[in-house]
Write a protein that binds this ligand. Structure first.
Ligand SMILES: Cc1ncc(COP(=O)(O)O)c(C=O)c1O
Length: 367
């Protein structure tokens, strides 16, 4: 079935329309400044800084989230080769970023209750892995709240830098000393098309990451350190401003919808809702845990009924052809999640009738 054949598609992203962006585009015409930290990019940085109670110097905007992750991991590794300890249960972008940073992913298991890395478990792993570990990449699973302060502590105690992948976490992140990367991709709660946001309370580190977005130039046109072109253009910043103008409304609508969804599914026997479902936050996906052995059948069953569903993080990165060669620890929980986690349709404008239809199809499948 093609995406357009589904009655209820997996997502219906809704970004700011042309009218909402128009005044910002006119500013670009007037400024004739199109990239390289123009006025719109600078103002967007300071709007995000206000949103997270940070200074503008603690915020770096990037062309996309994957690039933000790769730059933060590269900065963490300081040019050294070694392992990046990370969950296998994440989107492939996390592992691609580790490789792009010159690191070797080492996949470890997540916690069954949070679907994310457990800080104490990581501490134990760091003590027992024989090879040099240059970074830990902790992922906020599907944007669920993550205790970033606990990761700051791990970093302090072990001396291994931590980077946080909170791609879908725009509404849950409480920034810490270690860099946190949020994606502004069209499918994320606050989407601008392509874009990324790095939040870091450590000003020195944030500054390094800023230089990294600009070929390693530090004020003068000389590559003083390794870098990328990671900049956000003025056009993307224009969409960012319009997205922030509408954010409170979009956020409210998103939360109202997820609360309705959670209520509709919470008493459905045989399934569990994703961790964090009891917290009201703007989401980009809605995931459930099915009983063992059902996920592939559930996908076929729901799709045949016009409802598009997907395993967003497949069966874990360690099973993806590109990453099978990398080492891993025990992945019992990851394997289970790969057999049981299913992403249902989610968009802020999902109607109560659509939610009822999804519930009833799931109920028929489970019975
Ligand atoms: C966990 C995770 N990390 C990283 C990314 C990459 O973000 P971007 O698409 O902005 O590059 C995503 C995007 O879906 C993601 O879900």
């Amino acid at each position: 079935m093609d995406a357009e054949e589904f009655d209820i598609s997996l997502m219906r992203p809704r970004l700011p329309n042309a009218e909402a962006i128009a005044s910002y585009l006119s500013e670009i015409d007037t400024n004739q400044w199109y990239s390289n930290y123009g006025p719109l990019e600078q103002r967007l940085r300071s709007r995000f800084a206000d949103m997270f109670s940070l200074g503008s110097e603690n915020v770096v905007l990037t062309a996309n989230g994957t690039l933000g992750l790769a730059m933060a991991l590269r900065e963490a590794a300081r040019g050294l080769q070694g392992l990046c300890v990370m969950p296998s249960f994440t989107f492939v972008a996390s592992a691609h970023a580790a490789v792009a940073a010159g690191l070797t992913p080492h996949f470890i298991d997540v916690d069954i209750d949070s679907w994310g890395l457990d800080a104490d478990y990581v501490r134990q792993q760091l003590a027992s892995i024989g090879e040099p570990v240059r970074a830990v990449l902790a992922v906020a699973p599907f944007g669920a709240p993550l205790n970033i302060a606990a990761w700051d502590t791990i970093e302090l105690e072990t001396g291994v830098p931590v980077v946080i992948d909170a791609a879908a976490g725009i509404d849950t992140v409480i920034p810490g000393q270690c860099p946190t990367i949020v994606s502004l991709h069209a499918t994320k709660p606050l989407g601008i098309g392509e874009g990324g946001l790095i939040l870091c309370k450590d000003v020195e580190r944030a500054r390094e990451l800023f230089f990294h977005t600009n070929f390693g130039f530090r004020g003068r046109r000389s590559a003083e350190s390794i870098g990328f072109n990671g900049k956000l253009s003025e056009y993307a910043a224009a969409v960012g401003h319009a997205a922030l103008d509408g954010w409170e409304r979009v956020r409210r609508q998103n939360i109202d919808c997820s609360v309705l969804y959670t209520k509709a599914l919470q008493d459905l026997g045989g399934i569990e809702l994703a961790p964090g479902s009891d917290t009201a936050f703007a989401k980009s996906t809605f995931n459930i845990l099915l009983p063992e052995g059902n996920v592939d059948n559930a996908i076929a069953f729901m799709n045949a009924r016009g409802i598009e569903v997907r395993q967003w993080w497949s069966k874990g990165c360690h099973r993806e052809p590109a990453f099978q060669k990398y080492s891993s620890g025990n992945l019992t929980v990851t394997e289970k999640l790969g057999r049981c986690v299913l992403g249902l349709p989610f968009s802020a404008d999902l109607t109560a009738r659509e939610i009822a239809r999804i519930r009833s199809s799931l109920e028929s499948f489970l019975s």
